[in-house]
Ligand binder design. Sequence first.
Ligand SMILES: *[C@@H]1O[C@H](CO)[C@@H](O)[C@H](O)[C@H]1NC(C)=O
Ligand SMILES: *[C@@H]1O[C@H](CO)[C@@H](O)[C@H](O)[C@H]1NC(C)=O
Length: 307
Amino acid sequence: MTYFPISIPFLASCLSFYICYTQAKLHHHNHHHDHDHHENRHMHPSPSNAPYTCYGDGIFDVREFGAIGDGVEDDTNAFKKAWDCVCLSQTHSPILWVPHGYSFIIQSTIFKGPCQSPLIFQVDGTLMPPDGPKSWPKNNNRHKWLVFYRINQMTIKGRGLIDGRGQQWWNLPCKPHKSPNGSTLPGPCDSPIAVRFVMCTNLKLQELKIKDSPYFNLRFDRCVRVRIESLSITAPASSPNTDGIHIENTNDVRIYNSFISNGDDCVSIGSGCFDVDIKNITCVHGHGISIGMIGASLMLVVAISTF
Ligand SMILES: *[C@@H]1O[C@H](CO)[C@@H](O)[C@H](O)[C@H]1NC(C)=O
Ligand SMILES: *[C@@H]1O[C@H](CO)[C@@H](O)[C@H](O)[C@H]1NC(C)=O
């Protein structure tokens, strides 16, 4: 969603070909405020204690916690239990494992840190939310689906799929329809971001496939050191507001070798971001890379090379 005061569609020339390979380097100086460090000193929420046995020897298979993975049953509680165990584990690199060949349904959930050890969220199967606004539990927040909060050192990877099942959300009457007459109608409009990271540090996202988010696919707020490598993010060209990766108040970001085909910005950079390096991102259909900055004192240097 392009709501920044400045949006620089600097890939306009590539966009006419619909596919572009870009290398953008962003960098700005004169930014001395570090809100994250400041606040981290004052808040240390702990994950809840696990009142049940943490099955698994450093590998926490969600099925061991009762997840069914048939694409019908609600597996939310199993994931919450598995999260508590992986987060409390003192094993070196404990793994929360989502096995291949299963489709797990999870309601809107916040996975909270800080955790005891650097951990791996291994997604080899499919993760899905309840299907559309009518199935969304009444007491669930409609702005978010999966949220990772205050986690230090996590890798999310695997050959699995995060399927946002956005179709019915895109069709809400208030959305900018790509209908013949382009009209929008009043009505409920909130739609969940598929995966959010809030105040996380040392994150890696590798190899994952993310598709059909109801709204933005990935959003990072106040995170530090984010490495994104070999991701695939897809949503139909006509899907509204399905930005690929949105970052806000986040720094030290590397986005490499990834494929994004969607209906809005490929990568959008909001306010308070610096040291963002984007290399070899294939953007298809979407609006390219947009940069917005609030505050005239910020100096922004953008280097682009197209190959
Ligand atoms: C535009 O489409 C909407 C629904 O698709 C319809 O209700 C409305 O009457 C149409 N408006 C015009 C001017 O055709
Ligand atoms: C660029 O990224 C694609 C994946 O989108 C990958 O297949 C390709 O090898 C990468 N190219 C280079 C030069 O790293």
